[in-house]
Design a protein around this ligand. Structure first.
Ligand SMILES: [Mg+2]
Length: 322
């Protein structure tokens, strides 16, 4: 038996695990269930970080890019500065990333100020419960974990609301923050779902209780997994149904649909649970995160940069510097 990962291993595992899931799933986005396992039938064989669909092998997508922009803002301002995060998102969107969610793009380019753009989009479109706030949440979840359960869930809601006007997206992101906080502490987040659900807004509690229940399966989803409920539900299902990092993200990608995001969310939770060392080196070696909209043109993060970023986000508050 291997030793349990320590907190630093879990924090690095969360961020690297999310980025690896994103890059592993990207070539399979909008594919069918079973596409991944048809091509890569068993774990441990190699070649899975294959690229395709416009993505280089190991290239992370908008999920991880936006997460890094959130991290840069939190560290530069030593806390939550919502207009600054929104501005970074806008500069990223204007720098023509390879992929950007439809709703996110509209909110970031509709010309409205940071505190109105998502709200107005929701009023006009009435549907705004995509998984686009959940997919980028790992860095903020790392940063706010040390502030405790209610603080991290509230931070999740505030950052989600920058692009998503529907409270369903806020609550799903808040649940993810809390699940990651518990995992970093070495707890089993699945054992603590009742306590986590108790802090979800009452209007949204029942729907999340269903999607996170032990008997729920991704086949039970009533929406495409680009929506926040089945995305989070699928990640929790993948965590519950497997016992290694590799198997968890394989299961996530193999669901088809919004594979990069479902695997990014799964990879964060599984990376935190099993630790950085559990993530296959053949997946972390080609991993890279181009960062459109960065103050440093051409900036690309690799494994060592992501590990360093995770440790800075997870550092105790007194030691935090920009
Ligand atoms: Mg993506």
């Amino acid at each position: 038996m291997s030793l349990l990962p320590d907190r630093a291993q879990r924090a690095a595992g969360a961020l690297v695990g999310s980025a690896v899931g994103d890059a592993l799933g990207a070539p399979f986005e909008f594919g069918l269930a079973g596409d991944f396992s048809a091509r890569f039938p068993g774990p441990g064989r190699g070649g899975e970080m294959c690229g395709g669909g416009g993505w280089d092998a190991g290239e992370a997508t908008d999920d991880t890019q936006m997460a890094v922009h959130v991290a840069d803002s939190l560290l530069a301002h030593a806390g939550l500065d919502l207009p600054d995060i929104f501005g970074r998102f806008q500069r990223w969107a204007a720098a023509e990333p390879k992929d950007i969610g439809l709703q996110t793009e509209d909110v970031l380019t509709n010309g409205l100020p940071w505190d109105l753009a998502a709200q107005v989009h929701f009023q006009v479109n009435t549907r705004a419960a995509g998984n686009g706030s959940l997919m980028r949440a790992t860095t903020a979840a790392l940063y706010f974990a040390l502030d405790g359960r209610e603080a991290t869930m509230d931070a999740a809601r505030s950052i989600a609301a920058l692009t998503h006007g529907d409270r369903a997206a806020w609550e799903g992101t808040a649940i993810f923050h809390e699940l990651l906080r518990l995992t970093l502490e070495g707890a089993d987040p699945l054992d603590r779902l009742p306590q986590t659900l108790a802090l979800v807004h009452p209007d949204h509690r029942d729907r999340y209780a269903l999607a996170l229940a032990p008997y729920w399966h991704p086949d039970d989803a009533t929406e495409f997994n680009g929506a926040v409920w089945p995305c989070l539900g699928s990640a929790v299902w993948a965590l519950r149904a497997t016992s290694t990092y590799e198997d968890a993200v394989r299961a996530a990608v193999d669901l088809g649909g919004d594979t990069d995001t479902v695997a990014a969310v799964t990879g964060a939770l599984a990376g935190a649970r099993y630790g950085l060392a559990a993530i296959p080196a053949r997946w972390t070696a080609p991993l890279h995160v181009p960062l459109p909209g960065s103050a440093r043109p051409g900036r690309t993060l690799r494994l060592a940069d992501l590990v360093d970023l995770a440790h800075r986000l997870d550092a105790p508050r007194t030691a935090r510097t920009g």
